[in-house]
Design a protein around this ligand. Structure first.
Ligand code: SF4
Length: 356
């Protein structure tokens, strides 16, 4: 599967990817480094303007190194996290003083520069020097966790190691820069945090997260599992007298109990029928004609010892079961109450039974 994933990501990048950024394809390590430092803790849309201002004023590392502190800080204004700006100046001057103004061309030296972590070092070495170092940022974590249905939290040491090994194995060693750009752009435009475009994804057929209906739970963050407030949106798919039911296998609350198709988010979503239809299409390619009924519940809550669960239930009645939901368990509705569900779900099922 690994070779196929790499090839498909490269295919996508070369034939479909339209994401434009001013530093894309740039080979100058100074410019790549500058863009990466600006983008730490900054959204791309905001970062672009700053990158352009910096490049215009300081086209080469020597220009930045020779600039007055005050002047650089002024240009940085609005980006926040001023430590980044301090490190930027320090490193520019360090490279001019110690490397004759030439950016070092190997991973270890780049990694040892002030303010440069493993991600930035991998980005510079692969983009500028075509060296085989895989990047691992939020986008890559998300794509890998879903493609391989990895439940190890991304914010613990074993998780980081597991992901790093996989990222490195998947890397196209001939075109590391292109490949790194491909997987990051794929995460930023297709395998989105909320509402990934699974229906139009060219990797869907081998995506384990999609097959197991866990896309919207991944990636796992230990901090997330311990979070005090969580949003659970349950999609209850029905077709005639059948209902889609899944089992919770994750080391989390309600382990081994049953549930419906879950979308967990860290923020509230204001669902309405249109949004539900869009989501069903993006995730499963479900067309409106295949949906006979949608019901969106009111807000439901449950207080656990350390967590507050809030969310909604969205009942979707289908004319027929779409192919990409067929592999799940479709139970006779009359047998539903024989399974064990968490209280959060039982409460909702009780209200439905009394209504119907
Ligand atoms: S099918 Fe969905 S979850 Fe899987 S890789 Fe594609 S967009 Fe991401």
């Amino acid at each position: 599967m690994k070779r196929t994933v790499t090839a498909l990501l490269m295919d996508w990048h070369l034939s479909i990817n339209k994401r434009k950024m001013p530093w894309k394809g740039v080979k100058d390590p100074y410019k790549i480094w500058l863009s990466e430092v600006i983008l730490q803790q900054t959204r791309v849309e905001q970062g672009v303007a700053y990158y352009e201002k910096f490049i215009l004023k300081y086209p080469a590392i020597q220009d930045l190194a020779a600039a007055k502190d005050e002047e650089v800080f002024k240009l940085w204004e609005g980006l926040g996290y001023y430590n980044r700006c301090k490190n930027l100046l320090h490193t520019a001057r360090y490279i001019v003083a110690n490397y004759d103004g030439q950016f070092p061309a190997n991973y270890e030296d780049i990694r040892s520069l002030k303010g440069v972590g493993p991600y930035t070092a991998a980005a510079i070495t692969s983009f500028a020097f075509n060296m085989p170092f895989a990047v691992l940022d939020g986008n890559v974590f998300r794509v890998l966790s879903r493609l391989y249905a990895i439940f190890t939290p991304i914010d613990i040491l074993v998780g980081k190691k597991q992901y790093m090994t996989l990222a490195q194995e998947l890397l196209d060693k001939d075109f590391p820069g292109l490949y790194n750009q491909a997987i990051m752009d794929f995460g930023a435009t297709v395998c989105l945090p909320v509402n990934p475009l699974c229906n139009s994804c060219n990797l869907q057929f081998l995506c384990e997260g999609y097959k197991k209906a866990v896309v919207n739970k991944l990636p796992i963050k230990e901090k997330g599992l311990l979070k005090k407030k969580r949003w659970f949106y349950y999609f209850i798919f029905q077709q005639d007298d059948k209902i889609l039911v899944l089992k919770r296998t994750l080391k989390d609350i309600w382990e081994n109990l049953h549930e419906f198709y879950l979308m967990e988010t860290s923020e509230q979503i204001n669902w309405d029928e249109e949004k539900v239809k869009d989501w069903l299409f993006q995730q499963f390619g479900m067309e409106e004609a295949k949906i006979s009924y949608i019901f969106i519940s009111s807000l439901q809550k449950q207080l656990l010892t350390h967590q507050q669960i809030k969310g909604q239930f969205i009942v979707v009645k289908l004319v027929s079961i779409p192919d990409n939901l067929k592999q799940h368990q479709w139970l006779d509705i009359k047998d539903l109450r024989e399974l064990a569900f968490p209280k959060f779900i039982n409460q909702f099922l009780d209200t439905r039974t009394t209504q119907e």
